[in-house]
Design a protein around this ligand. Sequence first.
Ligand SMILES: NC(=O)c1ccc[n+]([C@@H]2O[C@H](COP(=O)([O-])OP(=O)(O)OC[C@H]3O[C@@H](n4cnc5c(N)ncnc54)[C@H](OP(=O)(O)O)[C@@H]3O)[C@@H](O)[C@H]2O)c1
Length: 306
Amino acid sequence: MRAFIAGAGGMLGEALHKVLKSKNKLFCTDIDVNEPWLKYGDFRDFGEYERMVSAFKPDILMHVGAYTDLEYCERHPEETYRTNTLSVEHAATIANAHGIPLVYISTAGIFDGSKEVFDDWDKPNPLGVYARSKYQGELVVQTRVAKHFIFRAGWMMGGGPAKDKKFINKLVKQLETGVDKIHVVDDLFGTPTYTVDFARNLEAMINTPYYGLYNMVCGGETSRLEVAQELVKLLNLENKVAVIPVSSGYFATEYFAPRPPSERLVNYRLNLRGMNLMQDWRAGLKDYLANYFTDHVKSFAPDYRP
Ligand SMILES: NC(=O)c1ccc[n+]([C@@H]2O[C@H](COP(=O)([O-])OP(=O)(O)OC[C@H]3O[C@@H](n4cnc5c(N)ncnc54)[C@H](OP(=O)(O)O)[C@@H]3O)[C@@H](O)[C@H]2O)c1
């Protein structure tokens, strides 16, 4: 299959490239060209997006990139809607013009936390600018493109030490400085999502005619606190580093964007189809560390055994 992956320079794009490249011919773009396999392409520019897709003639278009920093999105709503929503309109128009399926990546963050666990059919109620921009993207894809896949991810675990913008990577960065304690919130619940598992499940799904919207997160339910505790345990740092539970108010200045108390998903539709290939989050975290951090953690976690 020929796949055009737009916005592939981030955590998930790296895994999609790694997993999909052996059986597929890929064309990957981003505005942040940090890998030799990436070409510059800004999907906000409809003409440029359309020209690049036309030149490659893909069998499928994957619209992956977005602004993912919730605080940045909250401060820059117009730029966020242009990047995260209007660009999805571009992708929909282009996919339709070429008669190809469209893949869109959404987020567990579109829910409001009013339930403990959300399945694929629960009604989203986004709380902040990022979540709203992503939910509007879902609606664009659902209403405009007949052959579409929407895959919702949870707390993404991916990209290794170089991609240090997100939860696990930020924790590793703190541990690297030799601290003897880390503060982690105990009132936010979700489902981690290992990017490589996600990419494998995505590959399996796009080779079926089962179009539609799917929650696609690792198995199990957890909290930010529990993930941090598991990370410290896996790195064999339990005797050196204390994980101190705090409420989200502790980080209110730094993380001021609204977040639902629970954004736990269950892969209900994947389960019904017998297509849920996602591992339990603990197994995903173990694999993530082993595959991306083994060398990196040697200096501060000498007892770590992958
Ligand atoms: N991270 C999570 O926890 C999470 C959870 C659920 C769903 N998702 C969704 O999963 C997808 C992949 O996210 P990720 O975790 O891989 O995020 P990421 O690491 O932030 O990667 C997103 C990539 O998109 C690029 N991008 C931004 N604007 C672009 C534009 N105009 N044209 C082309 N590329 C552009 C970004 O470049 P810059 O770095 O220069 O901005 C970045 O390289 C996104 O749609 C996101 O909303 C993420």
